[in-house]
Write a protein that binds this ligand. Structure first.
Ligand SMILES: *Cc1c(COP(=O)(O)O)cnc(C)c1O
Length: 425
């Protein structure tokens, strides 16, 4: 029987060396995913990595080395991207709640552009630049488009949102923009949602965004030096889902992007992607601690669960759907039995997979939740029950490298302060 290997390393060796639970990222898959996409998308479209999906600095560095820019939404993400080697001119910072510190950090770093999500934010940025002596600063206006979209697990446009400036408000902001003293608004950003799996929807949205950007730039009296068309390309997680058709996506995107690029030869076009770039490369590896029966159902109680992988609970769905999950210790044996794989938390919701068919599981076996390289630890309640965040390991050129240490009890307590109730009367 052959256990699962990652670039030649047996999974049990990785698990023994670094402990479980852990996330394992495979740079071969990261590279293939990026290169496949790069080869198919129109070359005019720059790919930026949304660190939100996986803020690990080495994952970011690997994607950066392949050519990806970075889309960041916090000072820590900004520093991560810069330390990972992404050049400032390939970094944008967005997010609806940036404060002066965030904006000053953008100015210090000299990033390509700040994506502003309200007129007040533009005004604040202008004030900060003025206070600093008025160097040239580029801003992009995020628009909340009036058109809605379909095909997203989480649609953005056409609804009241805290993100961006409503399209009709942008259209009437020419005066406002002209009065900004030290910042130049150089383009438009729109993000229509996440988990798009059908190329037609992406093409449709991209076309609408490009049209909108052209019209708004005209109404605002600004040049179009950048249009960020969002992204949100999905990966298939569940049985009823199909992968994006990249060939069709590339071909059809060319039809909307090439005419635009011809009209605006100096305009930078950006797509920002998190999930698509990292999901497939990651596996969440847990070890079975107990295998037990309860009222006719079999449970694998593992050492990690939704505390590290909230997404596996079932995204935006009341019906529990399972991420692809594999028996890593004995992948070749027939899946004869159904198990619910649960974690160590004291809540019945801590289920990473419900009634999945797996080969026989014994305590000590390794189970892997696949396609878990995006929205794992970053989107999970890792402090729940003070379990802490897991180790992360990157396998590169056949070597398993620790890229994030597991939280220890010390780490978890280091930020707390014990009040001395005995000494203080
Ligand atoms: C979350 C987010 C992304 C990344 O989304 P994915 O679906 O992971 O590609 C990009 N841009 C914005 C504005 C976002 O909020």
């Amino acid at each position: 029987m052959h256990e699962t290997r990652v670039q030649g390393n047996s999974i049990s060796e990785i698990a023994d060396e670094f402990g479980t639970p852990l996330f394992v990222y495979d740079t071969d898959i990261l590279r293939e995913t990026y290169q496949d996409l790069r080869d198919r998308l129109p070359k005019q479209l720059d790919i930026f990595f949304s660190l939100k999906a996986n803020p690990n600095i080495s994952v970011c560095a690997f994607l950066g080395a392949l050519g990806a820019g970075a889309e960041v939404s916090s000072q820590a993400e900004l520093v991560t991207a810069l330390r990972a080697g992404v050049r400032p001119e390939n970094v944008i910072f967005l997010g609806p709640g940036k404060d002066s510190d965030d904006l000053n950090a953008c100015l210090d770093a000299g990033i390509h552009a700040v994506v502003c999500e309200s007129l007040d934010e533009l005004r604040l940025l202008d004030e900060l630049v003025t206070r600093r002596g008025g160097s040239d600063c580029r801003a992009v206006m995020r628009v909340n488009p009036s058109f809605s979209t379909k095909g997203s697990g989480l649609a953005m446009g056409g609804k009241p949102r805290q993100f961006g400036v409503d399209e009709d408000v942008v259209a009437e902001s020419k005066r406002f923009v002209a009065d900004l003293r030290h910042i130049r608004v150089i383009g438009i950003h729109a993000y229509m949602g996440t988990r798009f799996l059908y190329h037609d929807d992406v093409v449709h949205n991209t076309g609408r965004i490009l049209d909108t950007a052209e019209r708004l730039a005209d109404q605002l009296g600004i040049p179009l030096e950048i249009v960020d068309v969002g992204g949100g390309l999905g990966v298939a997680y569940f049985d009823n889902e199909d992968e994006l058709d990249l060939d069709a996506l590339g071909a059809r995107l060319r039809e909307v992007i090439l005419p635009f690029a011809e009209r605006h030869p100096r305009c930078r076009l950006v797509t920002e992607l998190g999930r698509y770039l990292t999901a497939a490369a990651g596996t969440y590896v847990v070890r079975a601690r107990y295998v037990k029966e309860s009222m006719g159902e079999s449970f694998v109680v593992a050492d990690g669960g939704t505390n590290h992988h909230m997404a596996a609970v079932g995204i935006g769905s009341f019906v529990k759907r399972n991420f692809p999950i594999h028996h890593l210790t004995r992948p070749d044996e027939p899946p004869l039995q159904r198990y619910s794989v649960t974690g160590p938390l004291c809540t019945p919701n801590d289920i990473v997979a419900k009634k999945v068919a797996l080969p026989r599981v014994e305590p000590g076996d390794l189970i892997g939740v696949q396609r878990s390289g995006a929205y794992g630890p970053t989107a999970s309640p890792g402090l729940f029950l003070s379990q802490g965040f897991p180790a992360e390991v990157l396998v590169h050129r056949g070597r398993a490298l620790l890229v994030r240490e597991r939280d220890t009890t010390q780490d978890l307590l280091a930020k707390q302060h014990l009040v001395d109730f005995v000494g203080a009367s």
